[in-house]
Design a protein around this ligand. Structure first.
Ligand code: ATP
Ligand code: MG
Length: 416
């Protein structure tokens, strides 16, 4: 990634568009940048979808995370398409497609091998229509719009770039190219407003900063610190999903560090954040917990994202071990510890049960015994946790490595 960016920056003007307050049907001209992506990096079926839409007179662009990743020379996880065509029009153009979603309707175009390409009609931020409600929190996002509005409703400038495959140009309404070039995370418009509208964006900012190694501009950083309590208002399943995503990103340690430093972790997982203040000696719980996060990143680099139950267990391992210390019944101690977390973050019962069973079997595994647990579907997850625990204490993992199943190629590769 140390290479120079593959696009020329021609015009560097003001730092940020100062007041992005589009009215209804705001249709500003975009700044256009010529780019030369190696088109073999763009899924050929996505190219077909884009070309078919444009051939039928619609606007269609590659949007969101995939454009950002292409600019950064990272392989995109998936490709999202945005278009001026309405869902019914899209469906009628592709034989193998269907409209999904009730609140916001998208089209899924299906290809061989179960591949799904998501095509969304441009929409705009409903607040930009002079919505009457006094609170900022967005509850519906159902209004169709034009391309520029679709860019403006997005969260960060780096996520709002549109790629026009015919013209081989990036369309930029928000200063996203400059921010990608400078490697900074910046909201589109005023950070506090955008975080109040949707507090999950706070976690997303930290996730992108951690994963991509971007800086957070001071105004955004201050707004994160200032608005962090609002995370308690966000939809809980979205919180647990974003936490998993930031653990899977390959930079869990750096990202959790940012969550801790900004006080976001105090809101989400006070059980964990208080323990991280323990900067005592190298053998303390705090340093061990940081090494557990490092372990997650090492394993992710080796074989892709770890299993979700493993991720939750490792994120909470030191606090979990603490509550087990001197407990009469470890199972009950763990269940009591997890109960408020299940409430706060909507961690599913299935994960909670898995965490409880893994913690229960850990002492036995660490003494080299597997017993009947070896036949349960949680066994490999427990082995991974035991190995992480040993390695965080600077010990050899040999005693549990012999329990590892023969490595299966690509076994964590599914779309998540
Ligand atoms: P990743 O690589 O983690 O998938 P991504 O940028 O693709 O990152 P997604 O969660 O897949 O993120 O969302 C796709 C796009 O939708 C984003 O790039 C962004 O433009 C927009 N988006 C997602 N979440 C929000 C949000 N909370 N508020 C505004 N826009 C959002
Ligand atoms: Mg994505």
């Amino acid at each position: 990634m140390g290479r120079s960016t593959p696009f020329p920056l021609t015009s560097l003007t003001e730092p940020y568009p100062a007041d992005l307050e589009p009215g209804p049907s705001f249709d500003a001209p975009a700044r256009r940048y010529d780019v030369t992506f190696d088109e073999s990096r763009i899924d050929p079926d996505v190219q077909k979808v884009l070309r078919r839409l444009t051939r039928h007179g619609h606007e269609a662009y590659l949007v969101g995370g995939c454009v950002r990743d292409l600019l950064l020379d990272r392989q995109p996880k998936d490709f999202d398409v945005a278009t001026s065509a309405r869902p019914e029009q899209v469906r009628d153009l592709f034989r193998n497609s269907r409209i999904i979603g009730r609140r916001f309707r998208l089209v899924h175009v299906l290809f061989q091998g179960g591949k799904v390409i998501e095509v969304a009609t441009f929409r705009r931020n409903p607040k930009d229509e002079g919505d009457e409600s006094p609170e900022l929190l967005i509850r519906s996002d159902n209004v169709f719009g034009v391309a520029s509005e679709d860019a403006m409703r997005r969260d960060f400038t780096m996520n709002a770039l549109f790629y026009d495959i015919e013209a081989r140009q990036i369309l930029d309404w928000v200063g996203g190219m400059e921010d990608v070039e400078r490697r900074v995370v910046h909201t589109i418009g005023d950070p506090e407003t955008r975080f109040r509208e949707d507090p999950v964006r706070i976690l997303r900012a930290l996730k992108f900063a951690g994963r991509l190694g971007f800086a957070i501009t001071p105004d955004v950083y201050d707004a994160i610190v200032f608005c962090r309590e609002a995370l308690a208002l966000a939809a809980r399943p979205r919180l647990s999903e974003e936490i998993l995503r930031l653990l899977r990103g390959g930079q869990a340690r750096r990202t959790i560090y940012l969550c801790w430093e900004t006080g976001v972790l105090d809101v989400l997982l006070p059980e964990l954040s208080s323990l991280l203040y323990d900067e005592g000696d190298e053998d303390g719980a705090g340093p061990r917990q940081w090494r557990l996060l490092e372990y997650i990143d090492q394993r992710t680099a080796q074989e892709g994202p770890l299993d979700d139950t493993v991720l939750w267990t490792l994120l909470l391992l030191e606090p979990l071990k603490e509550v087990c210390e001197g407990a009469r019944d470890r199972g009950i101690a763990v269940a009591d510890f997890l109960e408020p977390l299940i409430e706060r973050l909507a961690i599913s019962r299935r994960y909670a049960d898995g965490i409880r069973r893994i913690i229960g079997v850990l002492p036995r595994l660490l003494s080299g015994r597997a017993g009947r647990f070896a036949r349960t579907e949680l066994f490999q997850a427990a082995v991974e946790v035991a190995a992480a625990d040993l390695s965080s204490r600077g010990e050899s993992t040999q005693i549990v490595d012999r329990f590892r199943a023969a490595p299966e190629k690509h076994h964590h590769r599914g779309r998540r």
